[in-house]
Design a protein around this ligand. Sequence first.
Ligand code: PLP
Length: 334
Amino acid sequence: MTHIDLRSDTVTQPTSGMREAMLTAPTGDDVYGEDPTVRLLEQTLASQLGLEAGPFVPSGTMSNLLALMAHCERGDEYIAGQQSHVYKYEAGGGAVLGSIQPQPVEMEADGTLDLDRVAAAIKPDDFHFARTRLLALENTMHGKVLPLEYLEAARAFTRERGLALHLDGARLFNAVVKLGCQAQDISRHFDSVSVCLSKGLGAPVGSVLCGDEELIAKARRLRKMVGGGMRQAGVLAAAGLYALENQVQRLARDHERALAIAEGLMSLGYPVEPVQTNMVYVQIGDRAGALKAFCAERGVLLTAAPRLRLVTHLDVRAEHVDPVVETFAAFAKA
Ligand SMILES: *Cc1c(COP(=O)(O)O)cnc(C)c1O
């Protein structure tokens, strides 16, 4: 039975071209700064983002953690969305390892954080309070692309309030492809940007944190501290480079397939949220567990949740759309 795995875009297998690139990558000891492939990856991505080179790290979680700890000191505070990855899904790393207090704020329907709400959460300069230092945004956020005008407003706002601005751009390139813009059109508004190579881009491992030289010097020290200094990591970086060269534009196909699945489910009467990139959200309520089991028996894998998330990626092919929709149709009748 073929499996159609819609749980996440992290489940992709390295493509044969990617495996070939990994096999032939020149390597060196990256803790000594001597791995040419890691350096090339860091420089390639940083230059695409218009930022100075950032460290290649094993995961997006580590990348965000280094950003928090590089921007904030002990007793400082960062503001992020209530549903943001950095706040909700990273084991409280900023608090545990950096003694940095999170201040979550409720998100808007379009994935932005209302700047008035953010302003209200900023602490006055008074010894009762943690020092608010950083605003962290996420793009895409639940598959939604933050509008460029919003990013501009967020930049102006953070400048005015003396906050740094970090982007969790785990799926930055989904936003880039959706908008048909350059990565810099998004990244230029931020002090630091974290990009995951292991989501839709299809690499097995890795993220890069980009920022200016001073921030990155701090981040490199922190990476060593938390155990993220890797040696002949060029075999992994080669996969990331290959993804940047060959697997960015194809994200458009993931978006098309997500839209096709969404339209199919909508025509069956499922309440589906508007799709922008590679995520389909369906309000499935308390039938989530039953749906998951039903689908699994038919080779369609998903994560049960009342607000169900279906994610397309390079191993979800055009011919998979119909079987997915048919499975949901069968479930509706069952
Ligand atoms: C996956 C993800 C991360 C973390 O990446 P890992 O490599 O899984 O640690 C961070 N932010 C967002 C938005 C993500 O989707």
